[in-house]
Design a protein around this ligand. Sequence first.
Ligand code: SAM
Length: 244
Amino acid sequence: MRRLLLLVAAGILSATSGVRAAADGYEDARRGMLEAVRRLVADTRVETGRAALAPEVMRALEAVPRHEFVPSGLVARAYENRPLPIGHGQTISQPYIVALMTDLLEAGPDRVVLEVGTGSGYQAAVLAELGARVYSVEIIPPLAESAKRRLDRLGYRDVAVRLGDGYYGWPEHAPFDAIIVTAAAGHVPPPLVEQLAPGARMVIPVGPRFAVQHLLLIEKGHEEGEVFTRNILPVRFVPLTGDH
Ligand code: SAM
C-alpha cells in the first residue's frame, strides 16, 4: 500500500479509473510506438497546427496496454504505428490518429465524452486514462460485447458501452463536453451537434466511403446556432454505417 501511495505521489500511477499498463513486458514496445507518434506529429505539424501533443495525451497512450485490444494473432504488431484489423471488417485505429484526435478533443479529468464507434475499446481506454467519463456506442453486436468485456476485465470502470447507431448519439447522457466519431460519416450528424454542450468540441472524419475523408474539428459556440468548423487533415476511416 505504502509503495502504491509513493508511486501515485511520483505521478507514475494515476488516480483515475485507468489501469496503467505497468510492468507487462511491453514497455519498450510502447515507448517505440510513442516515438513513432511523436515523429509523425512533428511531420504533420503544418496541417494540424501542432508540433507536439499534450504530455497528458502521450502519457495516456503510454498507459494503455494496446496488445490487449488486438486479436491474439496480431499481438506482436500491437505497438506498430498503424491500424490493425479487429474482425467484422473493422479496425483499431492508428495510434497517431488516436493520439491526435484525443489531443484535439481536449478531454481532461471529469469531462463527459461520447465516442461513436467503440470497436476494440482502445480509444475509449485512452480517454479514460485522461480521467474522462466515456459513453461509447458500437453498432456491431459482437464488437460491442467484446469491448465491454475487455474494458471491464482491464478495470476501466468509467467507460460505458452501448449497442446502437451512434449517429443518434446517446441523448440520455447529453450534453457532452466532447464527442469523438471514429468512423467516417457522409455528413456531420445533426443529433451529435445537438448533444454538444456550448463550447464543446467534436472530432469527426467526414467524406465518401472507402476514400479520403477530412478530419474535422467542430466547436459549438455559446450563441444559439453557432458552430465553427476546422479542417485538420486528410484521413481514411471505415464508414459510419446504419439506417440514418
Ligand atoms: N475506436 C475504435 C477503437 O479504438 O478500436 C476503432 C473504431 S473503428 C475505426 C470504427 C468503428 O465504428 C467500428 O467498430 C464500427 O463497427 C463502428 N461503427 C460504424 N458505424 C457505426 C454507427 N453508426 N454507430 C456506432 N458505431 C459504428
